[in-house]
Design a protein around this ligand. Structure first.
Ligand SMILES: [Ca+2]
Ligand SMILES: [Ca+2]
Ligand SMILES: [Zn+2]
Length: 375
């Protein structure tokens, strides 16, 4: 009895769905899926990495026939896990120098990414022999005593940041920094600091004095100014400069990538140039658009490199060096500081000011920055 009751509705259901059971009921079209997968697009933060470096997570976007995209839960495999390994969360680790192809598969589609792994750049904790004589800017990767060393010197982030600056600045000005180099590459120093991240935060803008003092361990020789990428935060500030003595950029100020590549500058590169211009004496009170807010900026155009960082606004993109060439760069007045005369700049061969190939990728909200100039 029970059995029969159960079977009857089930049979009725099957019959109504069956093909041709009743000639008066046309066969039902199968439900159309809302969209069909047409391909996969992979994303990696970068594919040129160095031994010991971890990047990720890798992400795979599905592309669909209705023009939409969405992340999919693809499966990754490495052609050579002894060169590039990938974990369950999609994080890639460079194991040894070489190349490896990572393949993502999902629902019958696959897509590949080739990774190139190089050995890390040798670390240096001392000023190495100089390629050039005279005034130079010396870049330092500085890490508080209690903070994880993220190897930004060894993994090439600082070097790419410097090269990005050296490509961008000439397009704006025709000049580049006189950078301390060793065997043709930026002579970047690593500096483990004698204070903690929290102590560093407590120093506020005065941290730049502490950084300068700590850099005595690098044994800098000659007419060099140390500038620091600092692995920590100074609440409310992205950078600080000390006239003729040093400058610092605080890496917790933004989520932007340090040294994305040599043809792109982002928050940290533009901020570093801003601080360097303070180091070189900008902006002097004789500038027509001068404001003493933050220790000497301009107040006329918010796209200006030296625009006062009084308010964070959701801007981004192009940044100009001294709009109108009247305040701090290239005005030529003998009685007012002109950064174009700085001994730390030199003509960049073969680059015309005004040409633009380097992309300025400032995330919205990262500019104007907050900065203080110390004396
Ligand atoms: Ca050197
Ligand atoms: Ca101006
Ligand atoms: Zn400033």
């Amino acid at each position: 009895m029970k059995r029969l009751l159960l079977l009857v509705p089930l049979f009725a259901f099957l019959a109504s769905c069956g093909d041709g059971v009743s000639p008066t009921t046309p066969p039902k079209a199968p439900p159309r899926p809302p969209r069909a997968l047409t391909g996969l697009e992979p994303f990696a933060p970068r594919t040129d990495i160095r031994v010991g470096q971890k990047v990720g997570p890798l992400v795979v976007y599905g592309t669909y026939d209705d023009g939409t995209t969405g992340t999919v839960n693809a499966e990754w495999t490495s052609s050579d896990p002894d060169v590039v390994a990938i974990d369950e969360e999609g994080f890639v680790e460079a194991v040894a120098a070489g190349t490896a192809v990572l393949t993502a598969t999902f629902e019958g589609f696959f897509v590949e990414l080739e990774f190139v792994v190089e050995d890390p750049i040798p670390r240096s904790t001392r000023d190495r022999p100089d390629d050039i004589s005279g005034p130079q800017i010396h870049f330092v990767y500085a890490v508080p005593s209690d903070i994880e060393d993220r190897n930004r010197d060894r993994f090439g982030e600082v070097e790419r940041s410097v090269l990005g600056i050296q490509n961008w600045l000439p397009e704006e000005t025709g000049k580049r920094l006189r950078v301390d180099t060793y065997q043709g590459r930026p002579d970047v120093s690593f500096l483990r600091l004698p204070f903690t991240r929290q102590e560093g935060d407590g120093f506020n803008a005065n941290i730049v004095f502490r950084l300068r003092d700590a850099s005595s361990r690098l044994g800098l020789t000659g007419d060099k100014i140390p500038v620091f990428y600092y692995e920590g935060q100074v609440t409310g500030l992205c950078g600080t400069a000390l006239f003729e003595e040093g400058g610092a950029v605080y890496l917790e100020c933004s989520d932007a990538e340090l040294g994305p590549d040599e043809e792109t500058v982002s928050t940290f590169e533009v901020t570093m140039v801003h601080e360097l211009f303070h180091v070189f004496g900008a902006v002097a009170s004789c500038a027509p658009n001068y404001t003493d807010l933050g220790g000497g900026h301009v107040k006329d155009v918010e796209n200006d490199l030296m625009y006062v960082g009084a308010d964070r606004q959701p801007r981004g993109g192009v940044t100009y060096v001294d709009v109108g060439r009247d305040d701090y760069y290239g005005h030529g007045r003998p009685d007012c500081n002109d950064v174009s005369r700085s001994r730390f700049l030199e003509p960049a061969p073969g680059v015309a000011a005004g040409s633009r190939t380097v992309e300025v990728r400032l995330p919205a909200g990262d500019w104007p920055l907050r900065c203080e100039l110390e004396y």
